[in-house]
Design a protein around this ligand. Structure first.
Ligand code: ADP
Ligand code: MG
Length: 450
């Protein structure tokens, strides 16, 4: 029974989560409506109970086992999965060596759910998506490297895995290596310790497509950056495709060496913008469709998805988590998913995303950023060195709050709404022609939304 359940959990949580968290669980027994599982460590027990308990409960109940609660207890005999190893294993035998090499290439498993098919395209990500497709298909113009950047949970990893899956299917002979920058560093450090730099270099120079996720991680780590730089150059020289992701534009990554920055910038750099309402709604609808396939009969009242798309932040992961919880909860209590249930079930998520950016906050951040006084932003001075930051603040207020132009004007020392409109327009124009302004606005938006 647990075996079948595990299969369904695998489908819902994905291979990565499954291997790490579900597979090591050992069903112990059922007592007074409580299903007890053995886990190898306390940490695991806590994590699973926080993140997967409701799903497990849901699966148990829908498969006919009536359970009120699931509990996890630490049992000594459950094997602990070895932590990722940084130190040397014993000297490998030749046979072990070839599998080790193979393992090394496979080190970061690909998430089965992250494909092009499951990626919902909208305005904020259409460029990134098109570029990823193009690189994957190897069209006439190839971009090398392709750099995808954007905030947390906007689909960078999803797109990279999608490219890897697509290449695997299309060109199985290619050696495609996907790993995080962190893993790159661990490999490098390990190679240094074991005096296996030759192997390391050979391995990385033998790939056809190298994908490094979250490259900002190596900022400030000098020797890793140096090695990354050499790997990068060696591959580009051989015309091998490189795909990189980062949480911000390469030029904005602090403590990243200039030569690495400039390498990253010489390909195609595209950003994933924060999701907008339409994209969020599209993603929710797609996910609901996927859930329907696994759990027929679940009903969602009109307006619920629209409400979620409106109210939940731009991070897609949060959005997905909310939906998963909603489904699990609804089926547990045997109710239709309507507004009331949604409000009950997601009260904490909704409250957390309620944090609203205020005009005052924007004015404060902008004055800090440009190192001028708050009173100069609000006050009447017409000096250029105040006027420009003031316009930036007006622009951000229009973009990030729901205040109307007259309301914004009032908060800028009682200015007229046409003044605000003019300011907003001016910044919109400058963003296109003046790189510095574009960067300022982007940085400010990021810190305000953080
Ligand atoms: P990042 O690497 O940018 O932090 P991820 O790629 O891990 O973000 O995405 C977070 C979650 O959101 C994943 O489960 C991913 O499948 C989902 N996701 C993000 N963007 C989309 C999209 N456009 N369509 C469908 N799912 C998405
Ligand atoms: Mg990621």
């Amino acid at each position: 029974k647990w075996g079948q359940l595990r299969q369904r959990l695998l489908k819902t949580v994905g291979q990565n989560n499954y291997t790490t968290w579900i597979e090591p669980l050992e069903f112990a027994h059922l007592q007074d409506g409580v299903a007890i599982f053995n886990v190898p460590t306390n940490f695991m027990g806590n994590y699973v109970s926080q993140n997967f308990a409701d799903l497990i409960l849901y699966e148990l109940n829908t498969s006919g086992t009536k359970v009120q609660r699931v509990a996890f207890r630490v049992a000594a005999n459950v094997p602990v999965r070895p932590a990722p190893r940084v130190v040397a294993p014993e000297t490998p035998t030749p046979a072990a060596e070839s599998t080790a090499r193979h393992d090394a290439l496979q080190a970061a498993p690909l998430d089965a759910r992250f494909t092009f098919d499951s990626f919902v395209v909208g305005k904020p990500n259409e460029l990134a998506h098109a570029a990823a497709r193009r690189v994957s298909e190897g069209g006439p113009v190839t971009f090398n490297p392709l750099v995808l950047y954007g905030g947390v949970g906007l689909g960078k990893t999803h797109l990279m895995h999608a490219i890897a899956w697509d290449l695997r299917a299309r060109k199985p002979e290619l050696n495609v290596l996907y790993l995080s920058a962190e893993q790159f560093m661990y490999r490098f450090v390990q190679a240094l310790r074991e005096r296996k730099m030759m192997d390391f270099k050979e391995l990385f120079r033998s790939v056809d497509v190298l994908m490094v996720d979250d490259v900002q991680f190596i900022a400030g780590k000098d020797s890793t950056q140096e090695e990354f730089f050499h790997t990068f150059n060696a591959l580009v020289d051989q015309n091998k495709q490189i795909i990189i992701s980062a949480d911000r534009a390469p030029g904005e990554i602090k403590d990243l060496e200039d030569r690495v920055k400039s390498r990253l910038q010489c390909g195609l750099v595209v950003d994933l913008h924060p999701t907008d309402y339409e994209l969020r709604l599209g993603i929710l609808q797609t996910k609901v469709q996927q859930y329907r396939d696994s759990y027929p009969g679940l009903e969602i009242a009109n307006g619920v998805l629209e409400f979620l798309a409106q109210r939940i932040s731009t991070n897609v992961r949060v959005l997905e988590g909310a939906l998963t919880r909603l489904f699990a909860f609804a089926s547990l209590v045997g109710r239709e998913i309507d507004m009331e249930l949604t409000q009950d079930c997601l009260a904490d998520v909704l409250r957390a995303s309620e944090r609203k950016i205020t005009v005052e906050e924007i004015q404060r951040k902008v004055s800090d950023y440009y190192n001028i006084r708050l009173s100069d932003i609000i006050g009447p001075k017409r000096l250029r060195s105040y006027a420009r930051p003031r316009q930036v603040a007006m622009y951000l207020a229009k973009q990030l709050t729901s205040r109307s132009l007259p309301e914004i004007g009032r908060r800028f020392g009682g200015r007229d709404h046409t003044t605000v409109m003019h300011g907003v327009k001016r910044i919109e124009e400058l963003k296109l022609t003046d790189g510095q302004i574009a960067e300022d606005v982007e940085m400010l938006r990021r810190t305000l939304e953080a």
